[in-house]
Design a protein around this ligand. Sequence first.
Ligand code: NAD
Length: 343
Amino acid sequence: RKLGVALLGLGNYSTGQLAPALQQTKYCRLAGVVTGSPAKAAQWQKQYGLPAKNCYDYTTFDRIADNPDIDLVYVVTPNALHAEYVVRAAQAGKHVICEKPMATTAADARRMIAACDKAGKKLSIGYRLHFEPHNQEMMRLGQQQAYGAVKHLAADNGFKFDSNGTPWRVNKKLSGGGPLMDMGIYCLQGCIYTKGQVPIAVTAKLTPETGTGYFKEVEAGVNWQMQFADGSVADCRTSYAQNMQGRLRAEAANGWFELEPAFGYGGLAGRTSKNDGKLNLPNINQQAAQMDDFADCILHNKPTRVPGAMGLRDVQLLEAIYRAAETGQSVSTKDVGQLVDHP
Ligand code: NAD
């Protein structure tokens, strides 16, 4: 039997990526939805052949507890709402995938982990690139020191936010922050899984468009640096004021390796200073791979490589980067711990 997935929040990512990916998964299938819009519920029932009894709104959602067709709930709402729906899904006895960033505060992230632990349900974060061949190879080349120890990392990711952008992304209450929460988190993740270490300190500066135009409540961009225990550093940039390719580059003692674009849904490409073809890899359906891996973890009671604890780690680091930008001081992240995904 394939595990039944209910998508909660039927916006761009559910519609454009997750539902199509669920047509390609081997161990799970789209079995239901949770939406505030009756029109969307009707449309999804028709398009995906979903029974009406598997479609919920945000008030009837808790009744999902009595529905054996649904094994796991995938929370795909604006960031600040992740906590409430993850907790309710766990209380309804369902496993959970939560989109990135896991939460807008570390306190919320801890509450979400506690709720899933208490219910005895698995929790994973929508970190699709941990299941993507190019990014997995960056992880391997960096952590196994294929070109020597990684001394320097550089990453950028961003896009120009305009009138087509979803308004919640620049609403601090719903987003928790601007491009750092949304796009910069890929740089943070990429540098950590390539280096194989969690930084011990961060410094940061908001970009000058902050406070103007769309960016009254959230930053327009951030440039930040992460320092690692061995003295190596990662220079990162994110923006809603500028289109960026999405780049992840590592310079090691005996050579460099990089992805550009690094973080998109497809078309990823990489190269190394040795021209050895190590990053000439296929592009795959990342979301299908991610959801199948989690289904496999549930079916065989294995730990996920992208657990709630990793989501919490990243929320703590995001908070530290904002604090560094606010104070202009270096902020220690030693208390975040050293949880890393290994190849
Ligand atoms: P979106 O705005 O397109 O969709 C959000 C959905 O949540 C909408 O259908 C909206 O109706 C619903 N919603 C429920 N309650 C709401 C409320 N109170 N206010 C506003 N909307 C509400 O956004 P999206 O791009 O689909 O992003 C959703 C989540 O997925 C975000 O956390 C985002 O960071 C994440 N995301 C992840 C990836 C990835 O590659 N992993 C890509 C895109 C988005």
